[in-house]
Ligand binder design. Sequence first.
Ligand code: NI
Length: 387
Amino acid sequence: MAEHNFEAVLEDVIEWRRHFHQFPELSYEEVNTSQFVYDTLTSFGNIEVTRPTKTSVMGRLVGSEAGQVLAMRADMDALPIHEETELPYASKNPGVMHACGHDAHTAMLLGAAKLLSQKQLTGEVRFIFQHAEELFPGGAKEMVEAGVMEGVDKVIGLHVFSMIPEGKIAIAYGPFTANSDVFDIEIIGKGGHSSEPHETIDPIAIGAQVVSNIQQIVARNINPADKVVVSITEFHGGTAKNIIPDTIKIGGGVRSFNQEVREEVSQRIGQIVKGITEAHNATYVYDYVFGYGSVNNNHQVTAEIEELITEELGSDYILETPPMMGGEDFSAFSNEVPGCFIGIGAAFTQEHEKDRNFPHHHPKFSIDEKSLENGLRILAKAPFKLL
Ligand code: NI
């Protein structure tokens, strides 16, 4: 295995990450970020750089000998959050912040591309810089449709995690992230005066029954061995104490790990809404949106990644984790070919820095930059292990 000069490139990675952090861009609007990535990749030489979609970038590094193709993916978009970290390199775009660490992903993959561009390779490495992970339908699906996975044999990706300590790498065999779906229900009754309820069809009373019956799905319909969450997070209706409204709206989210369960939940919600509204002479509109699919790590690729982490960083870095309920559109890539998605621990571990740990999507979200080296080492060595 060819040795890399990590120290020199690590300085670039930190500088790039801080640059992206200062100039975050929202999903589908990654104009300057993708241009920066395009120009930087081009400057390495040896890498064929293209734009599969308007704000995404793909780099192809083709080795001297034919072989398998490994795709490595980083996402590039930021969130509509106003940063409150007071870091010297805090966001300069008011109301927009890299509060999920995608700045780190982009910088680490650029660093790996720089190191690999100076090496002799067998096969091909494809660097996928994806737009719009944070906003459904997501950039991954668009990039797959644009053909970035054609000819690819394996795909890997990573995410920094502020809830996992720096020095640990989270890996999971099988499901890692959940199917992430949402639904909307509108119950259409007949409004009127609160003193004459018999003249109305009260959508609030009906909606309350819908909400409580939906709780039965997980409790009474789904096999307890299947992990699933159904949460009602919105209930809107009414304008005054003495008016029964015409309609109310209910919304929520569903997380699951298998396709059948996901379809069953969507059908059960529909049956409950239909049955209860019919019983009370109301009508309804029901919309269930199948969001990002679950990331399901391939056993062989995950075993190779675990071995690589052990060799490169040490076995004490390995943190086998249960599936997480979060969603990730990396699944659009890993549904095409065997893949593995890992979590890079990025929480501050020093006692005096622990007050800098905040959850993802929080205005004070921050990562320990020491995590960048861990991710860089894995990405830069992966082609030698996986190809
Ligand atoms: Ni993210």
